[in-house]
Design a protein around this ligand. Structure first.
Ligand SMILES: [Zn+2]
Length: 168
């Protein structure tokens, strides 16, 4: 997916996340959106830095990089804790939405994994595919947060508790 697709995905995801975390629809929902917006957009733009150095779709498009963002203690506290979600949504969009796929296990393996739903980044359908994937992501997040919170990683549960406390 190209930069425009990743920004669209991150913006829609931030708005949806505000409503998933705080369904009231009042000021606290907008405060949640404001809190997650910048880190999610930054995270969503980060992986394609590997177009400038390293190997595109490999160097910054893999699970070890995501784990670094998820686990790194500097993101605890403050809204930079949401950068990992931007990185994750970038991977999901490249994996499900682009024909080429990404090297999930780089540097262990160069193999790029994609999904048959993918379209080329220049396709007319890229935007509708991006929106569809964002809706899918939000549904998955809503189920995890509201139905199956016990399956969320501890870092995420902590981040959720902190953001709920912030807007409460
Ligand atoms: Zn990418």
């Amino acid at each position: 997916m190209n930069k425009r697709g990743h920004v669209l995905n991150a913006v829609l995801l931030s708005i949806g996340l505000g409503y998933v975390l705080d369904p009231s629809g009042d000021v606290s929902t907008f405060a949640t959106i404001a809190e997650v917006f910048l880190p999610v957009v930054l995270g969503a733009l980060f992986p394609d830095v590997d177009t400038a150095f390293g190997k595109h779709r490999k160097t910054l498009h893999n699970l070890p990089v995501l784990l670094l963002f998820l686990a790194h203690p500097i993101y605890h506290g403050g809204n930079l804790q949401w950068v990992w979600l931007g990185v994750l949504t970038h991977y999901v969009l490249d994996y499900l939405g682009s024909r080429r796929g990404i090297a999930l296990f780089y540097p262990l393996s160069d193999t790029e994994y994609g999904f048959p739903s993918g379209v080329t980044t220049s396709s007319d359908r890229a935007e509708i595919v991006t929106v569809a994937i964002t809706v899918f992501e939000l549904a998955a997040i809503a189920v995890l947060v509201h139905v199956l919170p016990q399956y969320l990683p501890p870092e995420v549960t902590r981040a959720l508790a902190e953001s709920t406390a912030l807007v409460a």
